[in-house]
Each structure stands twice: as C-alpha cells, then as structure tokens.
Design a protein around this ligand. Sequence first.
Ligand SMILES: Cc1ncc(COP(=O)(O)O)c(C=O)c1O
Length: 395
Amino acid sequence: MHKHHSALGVAAALRPVAPVTLVRPHAAERAARFFSEKFPGRSLYAVKANPSPALLESLWAGGITHYDVASIGEVRLVRATLPEATLCFMHPVKAEEAIAEAYFEHGVRTFSLDSEEELAKIVRATQGATDLTLCVRLRVSSDHSKLSLASKFGADLSEAPALLMATRQVADALGICFHVGSQAMSPAAYAEAIARVRAAIVAAAVTVDVIDVGGGFPSCYPGMEPPPLEAYFRTIHEGFESLPVSYSAELWCEPGRALSAEYASLIVRVEKRRGDELFINDGAYGALFDAAHIAWRFPVQLLRASESRAKTMAFSFYGPTCDDMDHMVGPFELPADVQPGDYIEIGMLGAYGSAMRTGFNGFGTEATVAVDDEPMVSLYVGTNARPAAGRVVKL
Ligand SMILES: Cc1ncc(COP(=O)(O)O)c(C=O)c1O
C-alpha cells in the first residue's frame, strides 16, 4: 500500500483521476485501544462495518482479540487474517452448512439465535456439541438510534423465557445479546435495553453467563455529535451491575462503526458544477451508499494548496453513474468557489462506506493510500466532537 503524509499531499502529488481511499491505521488502532482499555468488559469488532484485512490487523494491534462475524465469508476472512482471533458468529439466522464449517473447521464456539428453529439447527450442525456459548438475541427498541435494527431479529419478551430455558439445556455458557440500532445518540438506549434483559432473566429464572450489549456506539458526523463514549460505558456498567447475574456473568459489546469510521476517508474530484450541485466521481454505488440512500451527512473539506477565502455554502452531490438516484442531498458545506478539477476529502467512511463499494457502471477507486494525518473529526482525539488538531472542519 502507498503511504503519504496527508490528504492534501495525496491530492497535490497524485492529481488522481479516480477516487482514492485514504486509510489511517493509527486512528483505528487508537479506537481499538480506547475500547479495550475503557469498555468495562470485552469488545468484539463487528466485521461487517469494514472487513479490510489491514483494518483487522490495526484493531488486533490495538488489543481487539474477539470478532463478531455474520457470514461464513467473514469467518474465513478473519480466520485467514488473524489466526489467533476468537470468532463469534452473531447472525441469528445462519445456513446450517455455515454453522458446521465454522464449528468444525474454524474453531467457532459462540453463536447467536432468536428462535427454537435456529437452536435446533445449531445442535444438528455441531452434532450435539457440549462446548457452545449460545447467545439469545432479544428484540429491543431502536428509538435512540439513527438506523433501526428493531424489526428483523430478536425474540420478544413473551417468547424469550422459553427460548432461554431451552438454550440453557444445550449451552455450556448462555448469553443474552441485543442491538439498540446503529448510531445510538443517547446512552439511555442501553439502559432501556438492559431493563428488558433484566425482565427476561427474571421471567426465565435461568443463570446467564454473558450479557452482550451489541453495537450502536456512535461516531461523529455533521449534525450528529453524540455524548462522549465514556458516558455510554458508564451507563452500561451501571445497568450491568444492577442485573441479578452480574456477579458471575461477562459483559461484552460488538462495536462496528465506532471502531472503523475514522479509519477511512475518500478523495473525490469535482467533474462539473451546476449551481449548488457538484458532480463528483464517487457516489451511491461507491463508498457513499449511506449518503445517497439515507441522506447521511459526512464531513467534507476542500483540498487546495492555498486555502479558499470564499464563504462556505451548502452543496449537494451527484455521483458518476447514469442513475438519478446517484444523488447525495447533503447538505455538504464547502467554499462557494468550488469548481471542476477541485479535490474534496469526504471523511468518516471507514464504517459502512468503503465496505459497500461496487464497481457498477465501471466506476471504482484508483488506489488506497495510507496517510498519517488525523481524520477530519474524531471521538478519540481531544474532547468529543472537536476537530482533530490542525484541521478545519465544516460540521
Ligand atoms: C449483530 C450486530 N452486532 C454489531 C453490529 C455493529 O453495529 P454498529 O456498527 O452500529 O456498532 C451490527 C450491525 O448491524 C450487528 O448486526
């Protein structure tokens, strides 16, 4: 992988024709260290957010030893990249063949489920294994989150006691897991979910060995500046300590976004300007799926050797493909004199950005370059939501 000092240096030196992905291994390692040192339990990285092997290695270097995988493809990838890692297969609906391969060929011992059918599948696929950690996924509200995960998976409180009792018969260790939805903007999300966990434990009257509070830890985007992560950790710790099983259970979490968002950004080139619309060379089918489909806003900055003196104004973006829906409403705040040929850095694309890129219509990235400057915004540098040192950020 090429290395460079800064985003501006890459734009000035390479004048790239296609988009360039910038990666910041030091930012990923810093996030990993933060979670491994400050979360009051074990942190599993949710690989789906960004499965890049180089990122997995940075997280490993930062102390993340456990990985939440959701498909057999992720199991194989993480096993090949980090042979010593512990893998936890946390998708509640799996192919039986995937469970068998994960158990027999890759040493996976932890699985999640939200139905008796899935429990039966796990028992069959592992040939009645007696060394399993089985986590029952509970349905919880996504009210505090920007992206709901409340509809698809999870046992309701009415079904959970029977499922917990049935799973207890089979499991060596029994867990309860949940997901409060992605980009949870308040620690209250976890307090409320843990209250449901308490109700489920009391109703089932079983001992529980693992409480897994899932992902949902936020990153910082324009218009979405969350409280510090320490506030989330405190609320989770208090909720966990109040559970009747806290004296013997382990506490886990599964951050995806919070561990990977700051890892990557993108340099794009402006190909055309039409008023307040900029036609850029990446979009809905590239790393900007969320910007196009759910109007997610990302931090942006103009990469010019001499800083523009123009006031900023709000722009929307069009991506490079022929589809009308390749449109990102933003608003993206940039100097009013942006013109074709200018380069723009779009930040915080390490989570659910780079990972969702397609080659549709023949558009893709030119290169990946590692840089050692700071991400445009960071939850881990200085205080929460403050620009990283020395960088101008339009939030
Ligand atoms: C089971 C599970 N765990 C963890 C995550 C990661 O969530 P986030 O990126 O919001 O931290 C997801 C995301 O979909 C998930 O489905």
